[in-house]
Design a protein around this ligand. Structure first.
Ligand code: ADP
Length: 495
């Protein structure tokens, strides 16, 4: 492996490499540091400040101080700052992508795509913030006037994951800031460098001190930071993206202070292909919905349910596509699938595949760890002959493994699809208009993709039901999360 693959990337703008916390508009170091590694090589990238409980508390105080003047700015003024920030993200896309690929592993082309996706939330909410309308409600009493106003919730906290190190931040921060809230972010311990570079650009865009704070932390300190923010009465909203297990812990911690919550948790997306599907389109959709980001997205297709009549043709065509996917370090030209995030992620992917093979499935493509490429590479894999008893058919794999289950009838497909504790995204392919409507209605999921494997963008509500959480990000729905409703009822109007 060449030196270029192992070192921190050379940035056009070296000052985007930040390793301290952004607190009250200043870069502040904490009592300890933690190491960030490149998952493709295992190489050390940087030592980053690990925020502790004291810094978490100071951050809340700074966010409280910054709130009155931020809240009282016009939506237009706030929008201009968000737009400028988006522009800086786009202008620095190469550097941001390099940092993201170095610490997260995704191919550079995907990382660049994420920068654009992240900027799109800032751009969208820069405009949507201007449309926070109230209501006038006619009174049954002629002596009264009644209005409903929408006001910012206040100080918000966001805890974000490593799979989209930039977009999961802007998807929360953009609506919060547009609504007039101040916001503190704790990025995932695996990917703080992208978050801190993003914060540096926010400062350059002119965001006032304390309006945005970013507190990196190692795994243990993350727990302490979470405890402070959840328990603090001054924090009025917590937005979390991550595992269902941690979501439950945070929700319990927020109960005593009755915070508003947005929870975007785990998923186990079914991807259903009916006999009447367009085969090419279904294969293409499956590749996008499964192998993007090495299968590490909460809306990744986790199980492909394929009707008997199209099963063999679909598997044949998909196998060709999967076998041709180029696995390797994200910095290498032409690579389409990178490593998984760390050793425990790799162990889980391998355990799911081993379990399926032991219970009678077959690896039509892949199935192996690729230690020769680096510490956490797993081959893009296609498993056939999968049954609902296998772990990969029930648990979130979060890796480049597509398990195929065969079904006969629409009723069977629906029952299999809904037999999950999760309810985030579901996909299906069919050209029968009646079935499209029937199934879209009956799937117990927050998002349904019909004849497409790509369903998220800034203007759409992203979120789940059941154990996948609640609240929505994106669209005007995402802004609602950061607004309180106030009734103003005026009596004695008539002279
Ligand atoms: P994953 O399994 O995908 O890493 P997690 O739910 O463990 O997802 O982590 C998502 C985010 O939640 C990360 O920023 C992580 O540091 C943070 N986190 C994990 N556990 C806690 C906790 N107990 N309190 C606060 N934050 C936490």
């Amino acid at each position: 492996m060449s030196e270029a693959d192992t070192a921190l990337p050379a940035l056009h703008d070296a000052s985007l490499l930040r390793v301290d916390a952004l607190l009250g508009g200043e870069w502040v170091s904490g009592p300890s540091r933690f190491a960030v590694h490149n998952p493709a090589t295992g190489t050390h990238l940087a030592d980053v400040t690990s925020g502790d409980a004291d810094q978490a508390r100071l951050m809340v105080e700074a966010a409280e101080r910054a709130l009155p003047s931020w809240r009282s700015r016009s939506a237009r003024e706030r929008g201009l700052l968000l737009s400028r920030w988006a522009q800086l993200l786009r202008q620095n896309a190469d550097d941001l992508a390099q940092l993201m690929t170095a610490e997260q592993g995704k191919p550079l082309a995907e990382a660049r795509g994420e920068v654009s996706y992240a900027a799109s939330f800032l751009e969208w909410y820069a405009e949507e913030g201007k449309r926070v309308y109230g209501e006038t409600i006619p009174s049954s009493d002629g002596n009264k006037r009644q209005w409903v106003w929408r006001q910012p919730v206040g100080v918000c906290a966001a805890i974000t994951p490593w799979n989209f190190p930039l977009a999961m931040i802007t998807r929360k921060v953009a609506p919060a800031l547009a609504a007039g809230c101040t916001v503190m972010v704790k990025p995932a311990e695996q990917t703080p460098l992208t978050a801190l570079a993003c914060a540096e650009l926010a400062l350059r865009a002119g965001l006032p001190a304390g309006v945005l704070a970013v507190l990196p932390a190692n795994a243990d300190d993350s727990i302490a930071v979470g405890q402070v923010w959840c328990a603090h009465p001054g924090v009025r909203h917590l937005s979390f993206t991550g595992s269902t297990e941690v979501g439950r812990i945070l929700m319990a911690q927020c109960a005593p202070t009755l915070k508003r919550l947005s929870m975007e948790l785990g998923g186990h997306a079914p991807f259903i292909v009916f006999d009447d599907a367009d085969l090419d389109s279904a294969v293409e959709g499956a590749v996008q919905a499964k192998y993007r980001n090495s299968g590490q997205t909460c809306i990744s297709a986790n199980r492909l349910l394929v009707q008997a009549g199209i099963h063999d043709a679909f598997v044949e065509r998909l196998a060709e596509r999967v076998a041709a996917l180029h696995l390797g370090p994200g910095t290498q030209a032409g690579v389409q699938v990178g490593p998984v995030i760390d050793a425990s992620a790799l162990a889980k992917v391998k355990a799911h595949v081993d379990d399926a093979l032991a219970l009678g499935a077959t690896a039509r493509v892949g199935g192996q760890v690729r230690g020769d490429l680096g510490p956490t590479f797993f081959e893009p894999t296609l498993l056939v002959g999968v049954t609902p008893k296998m772990r990969c058919a029930v648990e979130e794999t979060f890796g480049p493994v597509a398990p195929v289950l065969r079904f006969d009838t629409e009723a069977q497909a629906l029952a299999l699809a809904n037999a999950s504790e999760y309810g985030l995204a579901a996909y299906f392919y069919s050209r029968d208009i009646g079935r499209v409507i029937r199934l879209a209605e009956a799937l117990e999921y927050g998002m349904v993709g019909v004849n497409t494997g790509l369903i998220s963008s800034a203007e759409l509500p992203f979120g789940g039901v059941k154990q996948s959480g609640f609240g929505r990000e994106g669209g005007h729905h995402g802004l609602e999360e950061y607004l309180d409703t106030k009734l103003v009822c005026v009596g004695d109007v008539n002279a």
